[in-house]
Design a protein around this ligand. Structure first.
Ligand SMILES: [Zn+2]
Length: 314
């Protein structure tokens, strides 16, 4: 009897130990900083600066970040977040306010330290003083696709590391250390990209929307035409004909669209420009779930490599 009891108690102790071991990672997860990122580039940046954080990205590279649905999973992710990292400048105007309202999380309301907008950390290009009634501009506060400028991305990273320390003071020293290392590595890569991308300076591209405008500026590339007739308005056959007429005499090195955009207008134009003189490039405009562009550095590597290939003499 005694022996049976002790065997039971040994079994019980074993079961308890196993249960505790299983529960531990869950407990550790519960303590991790919960971060909600509106776009994949900010999710990637948070992961780089705060590897211990639990990050939920609201959108992926094949989704148009201007328009998404406020799914229940996103509402609950925002509800448990201590920090939300978004672009701002009205990029998410169509969906983030609704998510914030439904999540009912005071920590991530506008104006709170837990709500971080990247566009507030840098100067935006293409700011408009006054929007004409018919201009149809989706970006009145300036171009929000700022993460495709490596220098502005570094400015955002600095501000974000400070914000991480503010909302999670216990990890402050770690965030600072991590950021210092990230910054050094990013500067090294930036210098390398600048050097390798020198042949792109002055090259012409046709692209869709202002998605890559910051990258063009950084590389010295000129976007000579937009496949969109008006910002935010999808390409039309008449507009594409006009673009073709405009660039036919001096073809661009490529026609470019982002992974989330319909590739047909870009492909059509490239084909009209005959003999493959202008390839249609589908470039990631943000960090992808897998593949070579699944990190911020990989994203720039892939885009620059594709453009260099398009610019190379044939
Ligand atoms: Zn846009």
């Amino acid at each position: 009897m005694v022996r049976t009891l002790s065997r039971y108690s040994r079994l019980f102790a074993l079961a308890l130990a196993l249960a505790l071991a299983a529960a531990l990672p869950a407990a550790a997860r519960a303590e991790a900083l919960q971060v909600f990122a509106c776009e994949p580039e900010w999710a990637a940046l948070v992961k780089a600066l705060a590897p211990g954080a639990q990050v939920t990205a609201a959108t992926h590279a094949r989704q148009d970040p201007h328009y998404i649905e406020a799914r229940p999973a996103l509402i609950s992710a925002l509800r448990r977040a201590r920090l939300a990292v978004c672009t701002g400048a009205s990029l998410e105007a169509g969906w983030l306010p609704m998510l914030q309202q439904r999540a009912g999380n005071a920590a991530v309301r506008d104006g709170q330290p837990g709500m971080f907008y990247a566009a507030r950390q840098v100067e935006l290009i293409d700011q408009r003083d006054r929007i004409g009634f018919n201009e149809g501009d989706v970006h009145p506060e300036g171009n929000p696709h700022l993460h495709l400028d490596p220098d502005r991305l570094a400015q955002v990273a600095r501000a974000l590391s400070q914000r991480l320390a503010q909302v999670d003071p216990a990890g402050a020293a770690g965030y600072q250390e991590r950021h210092t290392a990230w910054q050094a590595e990013w500067a090294r890569r930036g210098a390398d990209w600048r050097q390798r991308a020198a042949p792109l300076k002055g090259q012409r591209v046709v692209a869709q929307h202002s998605t890559f405008a910051y990258l063009w500026r950084w590389l010295g590339v000129r976007q000579v035409a937009d496949l969109e007739p008006k910002p935010g308005v999808p390409p039309t056959p008449a507009h594409l004909q006009a673009v073709l007429a405009q660039v036919l005499a001096q073809p661009p090195i490529a026609t470019v669209h982002a992974l989330y955009q319909d590739g047909r207008p870009s492909a059509w134009l490239a084909q009209q420009l005959c003999e493959g003189r202008a390839p249609a490039l589908a470039l990631p405009s943000t960090v992808t779930d897998d593949g070579p562009a699944s990190t911020l550095e990989g994203l720039f590597e892939q885009d620059i490599a594709a453009l260099l290939k398009a610019a190379a003499p044939r």
